[in-house]
Design a protein around this ligand. Structure first.
Ligand code: NAI
Length: 333
């Protein structure tokens, strides 16, 4: 079956890693018509604004996108396009599976945790104002609607992929109303999934437990801020942001992306590691029903890491992006 998928190569190393991933998926025999969005610099040269260049229409039509990293100015400058895309397309659940990749040095082995982070509200609503000089108020918004739908997403994911246990992470002992509403909403959803064990844990304890014994966790369900922090913490347990995938999921559309940035220090040198984007593409292939191809690519990737002969510099090797890509393709059974 042919899939039409929007490709946003992104800035910096984005073009290098996304083309590597396209090659690997093509070699695995998946029939994808990529609708490629031009580089941001090119769109801006034409006098257009990225968000109004047809990218939203393309994703809404195709329902699935693979996205490379996009640069965001720190303090000032235009708002983040990454956040803009999530808002415009109402991508309410951030999916972050965290699992060891054998061959990558890490603190723990045997970690296999899926984090689901609410992606639209909480302290990320951007509602801040100066009350009087020297005093700023930043609003934490929690709604029953958003909490319920992200909980449904997590429990349905658990059911679909055979997960056994979900911990909701909160600070409802202090933020009794906001995190309290999150918990009561999640509990209601949990009642409809009796086969999945449901537990709750206060966020500070959850961080400590993750560091001491990550193996006790199966899935975590979190509000936006705790999810942001704990998903990077979880990535750190298995070797960092370069070896974990992510998906931003909405009711009808989804964007899969690596969580690392544009790596301006190595952009254009042909040495970027496409692993994180490839892992995100594997998630994407499962999402569109290409489970066999996803498993094939995953096995090949694991084999290349296990052998450890053709790896990029960030993970201790000397290979270029092209050499690594060729090694993954050569590892197809
Ligand atoms: P970064 O992730 O781009 O780089 C941090 C370090 O990791 C650098 O040394 C870089 O060379 C290395 N690195 C990152 N990805 C790599 C890869 N695939 N292969 C090999 N090495 C890799 O983080 P930084 O420098 O904080 O951000 C740079 C830009 O990226 C900023 O404009 C930021 O806003 C943007 N960014 C975009 C994201 C997205 O689009 N989802 C996520 C994070 C940052």
């Amino acid at each position: 079956m042919r899939h039409t998928i929007t490709l946003i190569p992104g800035d910096g190393i984005g073009l290098e890693v996304s083309h590597a991933v396209q090659q690997i998926i093509g070699a695995a025999g998946v029939d994808i018509l990529w609708e490629e969005i031009p580089a941001r610099a090119e769109i801006e040269r034409r006098g257009q604004d990225f968000m109004h260049s047809g990218v939203l229409e393309s994703i809404r039509k195709n329902r699935v996108a693979l996205k490379g990293p996009l640069a965001t100015a720190v303090a000032g400058g235009p708002p983040s396009i990454n956040v803009g895309l999530r808002k415009a397309l109402d991508l309410y659940a951030n999916l972050r599976p965290v699992k060891n990749l054998e061959g990558v040095q890490s603190r723990y082995l045997g970690v296999d945790i899926v984090l689901v982070r609410e992606n639209t509200e909480d302290l990320y609503s951007g509602l801040e104002h100066t009350v009087v000089p020297g005093v700023v108020e930043s609003l934490k918004i929690i709604t029953e609607k958003a909490s319920t739908r992200v909980a449904k997403f997590a429990f349905e994911y658990a059911r679909k992929y055979g997960r056994k246990k979900i911990h909701a992470i909160h600070k409802a002992n202090i933020m009794k109303l906001s995190d309290g509403l999150f918990l009561t909403s999640v509990r209601k959803v949990a009642e409809n999934f009796p086969e999945i064990e449901y537990k709750e844990l206060i966020v500070d304890n959850a961080c400590m437990q993750m560091v001491i014994n990550p193996h006790q966790f199966d899935m975590l369900l979190l509000t936006n801020l705790y999810g942001d922090i704990m998903s990077d913490l979880a990535a750190g347990l298995v070797g960092g942001l370069g070896v974990v995938p992510s998906g931003n999921m909405g009711e009808t559309v989804a964007i899969f992306e690596a969580v690392h940035g544009t790596a301006p220090d190595i952009a254009g040198k042909g040495i970027a590691n496409p692993t994180a984007l490839l892992m995100s593409a594997i998630l994407m292939l499962r999402h569109v029903g290409e489970r066999e191809a996803a498993a094939r690519i995953e096995e090949a990737l694991h084999l290349v890491y296990r052998q450890g002969k053709v790896l990029t510099r960030d993970v201790g090797g000397t290979a270029s992006t092209a050499e690594f890509t060729a090694a993954v393709i050569a590892a197809f059974a």
